[in-house]
Ligand binder design. Structure first.
Ligand code: ADP
Length: 479
């Protein structure tokens, strides 16, 4: 089945009526704190679950800058959009300028202490407030210990007797691996420092603990679900996942059209809809001007909004820039590894009129890039799901992607009737060739317009994903 075409159909409410009680645990939630896709998902999925009548409580740390509506002893709460958000307070651990890394760009050395504190508090607070969840749904290594504690410290606790646990892996490459000496900080029996549990080549691996102790493990796209069972993508945990066997599911992420919709977007230069696509040009000219590029609607403008990590294909992109920039323009918004910051800034000096590099996290500029560019670049080496390609479609910006992970499930090449440009080998030359193909298509104005009209109709809304999660929750509750 063609997954994109399947998504073209507008899907109504799932029709499942239910009252599933869900506790959703994430170290970031858009609207309060976000560094990447996890933040988007942790805001949008709970909202979609509530629309399907689930009762949802979201737990995250109380970071600097978050102001809860109410403070209680040890945590804050905010009610928004029918969801109760719990913010776990520990100023020593969470009142910091950035949420994961210090000024040196490295993970904080007390990450085990921070996230084991967070995880334990989730279960304590649930008992304090008397909320007995049917499902605890944890995300990534930072929240994995919630599910570990549920089966260890709380294994015999009657309060959670009927609670089932889910772990969603948003990226296998981030596992929360720490030195052995940190194990005692987790506070569980020493017998769990064993390769059957949290031990991983002599170290502590929090994500592994999450996988072992959760009732169900999922990831964020069908293709990535298959890939992570192989040594190439499993990052050493493929064997552990294989033991979970059939439990391992891939549910494609989606995007929140309340946040990402150019006809309602207050952050872009000029709003537009599929019927007024000509207004997109004002966004292109506005972006070129703001970023100091030559204002020219005929030049192909390629954009990228991304963490600057090896995963995202920055190495082939930076090596390709010399060939691309002679003819086209590129704008990059990103933050990440210092080595990439330097490489990109050096290129920017060389190509002042055609390359703009903004090294920061900037929600507004991100929206302007989705709206202003012709093509959005995702040359990822691997990609669990990727949200930017789905956002791009909505903004009538065509994604150019490497054929991997969630990008396989969401982008079909224009030559095969889809709405993007796909290269099938992670390679600088393939990437450059695909940019040229994109440029040729761009020059064929009639064809370009018809592709834009098509992609703006794609539907990647959370309704579909939420109904799949609910079906899985119900299956779990029943067993
Ligand atoms: P990942 O989670 O691997 O970083 P995703 O594609 O799943 O990648 O999600 C990335 C999200 O973060 C998108 O919403 C993207 O627009 C946003 N984003 C990434 N970098 C920045 C940045 N520097 N400024 C603003 N938004 C960013």
């Amino acid at each position: 089945m063609n997954p994109v075409r399947n998504f073209n159909k507008s899907v109504g409410k799932s029709g499942i009526s239910n009252g599933v009680k869900v506790v959703f645990c994430s170290s970031e939630v858009f609207g309060f704190a976000k560094t990447g896709g996890l933040g988007d998902v942790a805001a949008a999925l709970p909202a979609a679950l509530v629309k399907e009548n689930c009762e949802v409580k979201v737990f995250m740390p109380l970071y600097k800058g978050i102001n809860p509506q109410k403070m209680h002893k040890g945590y804050g709460t905010t009610i928004k959009g029918g969801i109760e958000f719990f913010f776990i307070k520990n100023d020593e651990y969470f009142l910091r300028d950035s949420i994961y890394v210090g000024a040196d760009g490295r993970d904080y050395p007390d990450s085990v202490e921070r996230f084991s504190f967070y995880s334990r508090r989730v279960l304590e607070i649930l008992e304090e407030v008397g909320f007995r969840p049917d499902i605890i749904h944890c995300n990534d290594w930072q929240a994995s210990l919630v599910n570990v504690y549920l089966k260890t410290l709380y294994g015999k606790d009657k309060f959670f007797k009927n609670t089932k646990s889910v772990l969603t892996i948003h990226n296998m490459a981030y596992q929360g691996i720490f030195p052995k000496k940190k194990f005692s900080r987790i506070g569980i029996d020493a017998k769990y420092f064993d390769q059957k549990y949290l031990e991983f080549y002599g170290k502590v691996n929090l994500l592994k603990g999450g996988i072992v102790f959760s009732d169900v493990v999922t990831t964020v796209s069908p293709t990535y679900a298959k890939q992570i069972k192989t040594p190439e993508y499993g990052c050493g945990l493929e064997g552990v996942l294989a033991q979970k066997g059939k439990h391992e599911l891939g549910i494609l992420n989606a995007i929140d059209y309340d946040v990402w919709d150019p006809s309602r977007d207050e952050l872009i230069y000029k709003k537009y809809s599929p019927k007024t696509l000509d207004k997109k040009a004002e966004n292109k000219l506005g972006l070129q001007k703001e970023l100091g590029l030559k204002q020219d609607s005929q030049k192909l403008l390629l954009g990228m909004v991304s963490r600057l990590a090896e995963q995202k294909g920055i190495d082939i992109l930076s090596k390709a820039l010399d060939s691309i920039l002679g003819e086209h323009q590129v704008v990059i918004l990103g933050l990440g590894e210092p080595r990439y910051h330097k490489i990109l800034k050096d290129k920017e000096k060389k190509f002042k009129d055609s390359l703009s590099v903004s090294l920061k996290f900037d929600e507004t500029l991100a929206h302007k890039i989705y709206a202003g560019c012709d093509v959005f670049l995702l040359p990822s080496r691997f990609e669990p799901c990727g949200l930017s390609q789905m956002i791009s479609y909505k903004y009538a910006t065509l994604p150019l992607v490497n054929h991997t992970g969630g990008l396989v499930d969401t982008v079909i090449d224009v030559e095969a009737g889809g709405g993007g440009f796909v290269f099938k080998k992670y390679d600088r030359g393939e990437f450059i060739k695909t940019v040229s193909r994109g440029a040729r298509t761009f020059r064929d104005k009639k064809r370009w317009k018809s592709i834009l009209e098509k992609v703006t109709k794609y539907n990647f809304s959370w309704e579909i994903a939420a109904s799949k999660y609910i079906r899985m929750y119900k299956r779990l509750i029943k067993n």
